[in-house]
Design a protein around this ligand. Structure first.
Ligand SMILES: [Fe+2]
Length: 277
């Protein structure tokens, strides 16, 4: 109920279907090799919302081309196992190549997907919380899995992308909305390295460069995909990453595509070379 009141007072004016549709069309038109959705697909966690979110995922592409992880809103309420995020399951599981690298634990997270030289490690930071708390937690079993996966995938010379809904660095969010084990997670990232960490939750475009044992890890947060232009927080946006092996290293370019105020369309708002070999 509190979530519903909150939504009426704010989010329904800011998050709009037509904005999401513009962004969705643009993503599909750019034909990325793979799409990662870093969560909060629903507002209140009503059973109906999960079905509509599943339809939206289908619109983005088949499960083989789209990976999704849950956000805090997606864990608002405990639903029957066959309801809720169950509808997104094909988008939230490993692929055969990923399973061969790291079998998914019974808790279903983390799962690994591999596409050629790129490996996605998908974490869940979604936990049910008290009203007005949007915090998340990865927990020690997932952290241990992550540490092992990062070090092994590094030895195999793969480009490691970590997906997590909450921002992983402690300074990025306070107690009410932050990741409870951000400090421990950061330690793992520093110790074992990662090439790219993608998150949502803060509804803002941010890039942090984290020094790790295997070189810099770029931690990138993206605005919401449904934020109206006049919103209190940045306009809807998605980021496209061009990843290429170059010599012994990687070249990574990020292209930001965002909703323009007038007329309504999506434009390239940023192009930035994150790393060069
Ligand atoms: Fe969130």
């Amino acid at each position: 109920m509190l979530g519903y009141v909150n939504w009426h007072r704010g989010r329904k004016y800011v998050h709009r279907r037509e904005i999401l549709d513009l962004i969705t069309r643009d993503v599909v038109e750019q034909k990325p090799d793979h799409i990662a959705v870093t969560g909060d697909l629903v507002n209140l966690g009503l059973p109906e919302e999960f079905l509509r979110a599943a339809e939206w995922l289908h619109h983005l592409g088949p499960p083989s081309q789209v990976t999704a992880i849950p956000g805090n809103h997606d864990a608002y309420v405990r639903l029957h196992p066959k309801a809720g995020t169950h509808h997104w399951r094909p988008y939230m599981e490993s692929n055969a190549a990923g399973e061969a690298l790291f079998p998914t634990p019974p808790e279903r997270f983390p799962f690994v997907r591999r596409f050629g030289d790129v490996a996605l490690i998908a974490l869940s930071s979604a936990i049910p919380t008290m009203p007005f708390i949007a915090a998340g937690k990865v927990g020690s079993p997932q952290r241990e899995f992550l540490a092992a996966a990062l070090s092994d995938l590094s030895r195999k010379g793969l480009f490691r992308v970590v997906l997590i809904h909450h921002p992983p660095l402690r300074a990025q969010a306070g107690w009410h909305r932050g990741l409870r084990d951000a400090g421990k997670l950061t330690k793992i990232l520093k110790q074992h390295g990662a090439e790219l960490v993608l998150h949502g939750h803060n509804h803002a475009q941010t890039v942090h460069e984290l020094e790790t044992a295997t070189g810099p890890a770029f931690v990138v947060g993206v605005p919401s995909a449904s934020e109206a232009v006049e919103g209190r927080i940045p306009a809807a946006r998605w980021n496209e990453y061009g990843i290429a092996r170059e010599g012994n290293g990687w070249r990574v370019e990020m292209v930001g595509r965002s909703i323009a105020a007038n007329p309504d369309h999506v434009w390239e708002c940023e192009r930035r070379l994150l790393r060069e070999a």
